[in-house]
Design a protein around this ligand. Structure first.
Ligand code: MN
Length: 512
C-alpha cells in the first residue's frame, strides 16, 4: 500500500483540512517507522497505510483513519502519546492509546486454548469494554485483517497462533458489532491457515455441489422474479454462497453430510421497507411449500448483534430445497457493515434525502448498547460534539477491568481498591502488599481503581496485614482471605459465637 492510494481514496470522502491532517499523519508515521520493515520485506509503513485504507473503505470518520495511520507508532517506535496529542489532538491520541491497550490486553491472554468457550466469548466482550470507544475495536479489526492478509510471511507456528486467536476472539468481536463482512473475511483467512487441508477439501466439495445446483437455482430465480414483478414489487435479487468456514461449522453439526445443508447457496431479496419484506415472504409461501421449522423472523426479533432479515426455506415442485433471505436495503447495509455503517461519513452530504427511518430495533436489554452506540454515532455524523463518556461502551455496568504490568486482565467491581486487586492476584501478594503504582504513579491504599488502570503491586516480606486493612478491601474474596490471615496472625480473634460477631461489628462501627 502506498500513500498515494490512501490519499486518492480519502479525497472522495473528507474535506480539505481533514486531508491535510491525513497527509501530515502519514508523513509523521512514515518517518517514525522509517527503519522498520514488515516480514514481507516491505517498508513498515505499508501496514498502517493498509489499515487506514480499510477504515476509509468502511466509511469511518477521519479521527479513526488518522488513528489507523498512527496505530503502531506508540507501541513500536519511540513516539510518546503526548506527541500524538499535540500534533493530532486529544481524540486521535485517545484512539491510539486504546489500540495500544487492547494489544496489551491481548498479550495477557497467553494461552487461548486453556480458556473455555464461554470465557472466549467473554474475552471478546472484554476487549470491547477495555477499549472504551468502539472505534478502537474497529481499528483493531482492520489491523488484524491486514495481518491475516499478510500472514504468509510469518513462520508457521506464529501463523497458527494468530489464526487461532482470530477465530476465537476477533471474528466474534466483529460479529458482536454486526460487522458481517469483516467477520467472514477474518474467518475465511484464519481457517485457511489453521486447517489448510480441510479448507481446500471443503472448497472443492462446495464447488462440485454448486455446479450441480446453480442451474436449477437459476430456474427458481427466474420464476420468483417474474412473480414479484407481477405483484409490482421493487426488488433486487442475488445469490449468496455460504462461506467455507460456516460450512465447516455446520457440517460438524450434521455429522459431516453436505446433503443435509440446505443453504449452501441462498437467494437474497432486497426491498424498500419492512412491510414489503413480509409481502415477499407471503408470495414465496404461495409459490412453494415452506419448511415450517426453518422460517425465521429476525425483523421482529433481531439477532443479538442487531442483524435483521426474514429467512425461509422452501421446497420447489421438482423437489429442490432453496433458502431465501428477505431484507430492506438498510438491513442489508447493517448486516454487511454493522456498527461501522453508523460512522459512515460520506453519506452525510450526498444523501440528506436518505432519511434514516427509526427501524423498530428492539434489542434485548443487555445488548441495547448497540442501539445506543448507533444513536450516538448518528449524532456524531450530523456534526454534533459528543462527550467521551457517551462513546463509552458499557457492557459490564458495574464491573471494571484492570491490568497487571504484564498485561494480564483482572475483573473487579466498580469502586474496588488496590488491596482487592492484590488479593485477586494471589492471597500472598495481598498479604505482603507494601505499596501500589497505578499507571506508573504511586497510588494510595484508599483510592479506588479505574477501568483500564495498569496496577503494579510492590510486595515486601516484612509487610503484614493489619486490622485496619478491613476498611481497605471491598470484595468478599479479599475480605475473607484477609480475615483468615488476620486470625492466623492473632490480630483477629477466631469468632465462634454470635455475640462475638456483634461485638466485632460494634468495634468497627466505632472506629468509623
Ligand atoms: Mn498493526
Amino acid at each position: 500500500m502506498k500513500k498515494r492510494q490512501v490519499i486518492t481514496l480519502a479525497a472522495e470522502l473528507y474535506d480539505e483540512n481533514q486531508l491535510a491532517e491525513l497527509d501530515h499523519a502519514i508523513d509523521f508515521a512514515t518517518e517514525r517507522h522509517a527503519d522498520q520493515r514488515r516480514m514481507s520485506g516491505e517498508p513498515y509503513i505499508s501496514h498502517p497505510l493498509a489499515v487506514a485504507h480499510m477504515l476509509i473503505e468502511w466509511g469511518m470518520d477521519i479521527d479513526s483513519v488518522l488513528a489507523g495511520v498512527l496505530h503502531d507508532t506508540v507501541e513500536d517506535t519511540d513516539v510518546k502519546l503526548d506527541e500524538i496529542e499535540n500534533l493530532f489532538g486529544h481524540d486521535v491520541s485517545f484512539l491510539v492509546d486504546g489500540v495500544t491497550k487492547v494489544s496489551k490486553a491481548r498479550a495477557g491472554m497467553r494461552d487461548l486454548d486453556s480458556y473455555l468457550p464461554q470465557t472466549k466469548d467473554n474475552l471478546s466482550k472484554l476487549l470491547i469494554a477495555v477499549s472504551q470507544d468502539v472505534r478502537v475495536i474497529i481499528i483493531k479489526l482492520a489491523d488484524r485483517l491486514h495481518n491475516l492478509e499478510t500472514l504468509q510471511y510469518l513462520p508457521v507456528d506464529r501463523q497458527k497462533k494468530i489464526a487461532r486467536e482470530s477465530l476465537a476472539v476477533f471474528a466474534p468481536m466483529a460479529d458482536r458489532l454486526g460487522m458481517g463482512r469483516v467477520r467472514m473475511q477474518l474467518e475465511e483467512l484464519a481457517f485457511s491457515y489453521l486447517d489448510n487441508g480441510e479448507f481446500d477439501h471443503l472448497k472443492k466439495l462446495m464447488k462440485k455441489r454448486l455446479g450441480k445446483s446453480t442451474r436449477k437455482l437459476g430456474a427458481v430465480r427466474v420464476e420468483v422474479e417474474k412473480e414479484l414483478k407481477n405483484e409490482k414489487i421493487k426488488f433486487e435479487i442475488n445469490g449468496r454462497v455460504k462461506s467455507i468456514y460456516s460450512l465447516h461449522k455446520k457440517l460438524k453439526k450434521v455429522n459431516g453430510n453436505i446433503d443435509d445443508i440446505y443453504d449452501l447457496m441462498a437467494l437474497r431479496i432486497i426491498v424498500d421497507d419492512n412491510e414489503t419484506c413480509y409481502r415477499v415472504l407471503g408470495i414465496l409461501h404461495g409459490m412453494y411449500q415452506p419448511m415450517i421449522a426453518r422460517i425465521k423472523d429476525y425483523i421482529a426479533v433481531p439477532k443479538p448483534n442487531g442483524y435483521q432479515s426474514l429467512h425461509t426455506t422452501v421446497i420447489t415442485p421438482n423437489e429442490q430445497i432453496v433458502e431465501f433471505q428477505i431484507r430492506t436495503h438498510e438491513m442489508h447495509n447493517y448486516a454487511e457493515r454493522g456498527l461501522a455503517a453508523s460512522f459512515h461519513y460520506h453519506e452525510q452530504k450526498s444523501a440528506k434525502a436518505y432519511t434514516r427511518k427509526k427501524t423498530a430495533v428492539h434489542l434485548p436489554t443487555e445488548l441495547q448498547w448497540i442501539t445506543q452506540m448507533q444513536e450516538v454515532a448518528g449524532r456524531l455524523r450530523d456534526g454534533e460534539k459528543i462527550s467521551r463518556s457517551q462513546l463509552n461502551v458499557d457492557l459490564f455496568g458495574d464491573r471494571i477491568f484492570v491490568f497487571s504490568p504484564k498485561g494480564d486482565i483482572y475483573n473487579l467491581p466498580e469502586g474496588a481498591l488496590p488491596l482487592d486487586f492484590s488479593y485477586l492476584v494471589h492471597s500472598d501478594v495481598g498479604k505482603h502488599s507494601y505499596s501500589f503504582r497505578v499507571n506508573g504513579v504511586i497510588h494510595p491504599f484508599d483510592k479506588p481503581l479505574q477501568n483500564g488502570d495498569v496496577v503494579e503491586v510492590t510486595t515486601r516480606k516484612i509487610s503484614q496485614p493489619k486490622s485496619d486493612w478491613q476498611e481497605l478491601v471491598t470484595t468478599t474474596h479479599a475480605r475473607s482471605k484477609l480475615r483468615v490471615q488476620l486470625r492466623k496472625l492473632g490480630v483477629l480473634q477466631a469468632v465462634s459465637s454470635a455475640a462475638a460477631i456483634i461485638r466485632d461489628k460494634t468495634i468497627r462501627k466505632k472506629k468509623k
